[in-house]
Design a protein around this ligand. Structure first.
Ligand SMILES: C[S@@+](CC[C@H](N)C(=O)[O-])C[C@H]1O[C@@H](n2cnc3c(N)ncnc32)[C@H](O)[C@@H]1O
Length: 163
């Protein structure tokens, strides 16, 4: 498969998983968490498919498209391992959808980053919240893997639900 095909499938999987997470949690009250603003592509999609939900965003910096910059009050700026403990104290288990997209481009580094962040992120998830991650999330008590949307190959994206 060409790198172009692979990138397209990754983005299709991300879009399908976020839309599935939105549907699964439609009857729940709570906020959305976006880990990795980047250029704001998935933030923009989340606010499109989840109008009315508060979306709280985590990143080291704001480097997004000017149309995709979250309001200051919804931003935790800085290294995740500094902002996450503060977010857990301030927000509690209030999120119904969380999207983890903090990949660095280096596969092993990204897997290690997610493994370190996931236990802290679990502390922000409400009951039945859905976590979508570009990297595997394993061994977190209370987080159970979900089936992927139809047509999405295993491993392209990862979906879990808080039991
Ligand atoms: C792949 S990009 C996110 C892409 C974005 N979701 C989009 O669709 O445009 C990953 C982002 O994660 C952020 N990131 C990576 N490691 C981080 C860390 N330890 N703390 C905070 N942000 C981090 C980077 O600054 C980068 O903006």
């Amino acid at each position: 498969m060409s790198r172009l095909d692979s990138a397209i499938r990754r983005l299709q999987a991300q879009k399908a998983a976020l839309e599935d997470a939105a549907q699964r949690t439609a009857d729940q009250r709570g906020m959305v968490l976006e880990f990795g603003l980047g250029n704001g592509r998935t933030y923009d999609h989340l606010r499109t498919i989840l109008p009315g939900r508060r979306i709280v965003v985590f990143d080291r910096q704001v480097a997004a498209h000017p149309d995709c910059i979250p309001p200051d009050e919804d931003l935790y700026l800085g290294d995740l391992f500094e902002t996450l403990p503060r977010a857990v104290a301030e927000l509690g288990r209030a999120a119904v959808v969380a999207h983890l997209d903090i990949g660095t481009g280096d596969k092993d580094q990204s897997i290690a980053l997610v493994a370190r962040a996931a236990p802290l992120i679990a502390g922000l998830l409400a009951e039945r919240a859905v976590l979508v991650s570009d990297q595997p999330v394993e061994g977190i008590p209370g987080l159970v893997p979900l089936p992927l949307p139809d047509g999405i190959a295993a491993g392209r994206i990862h979906m879990l639900q808080r039991a």
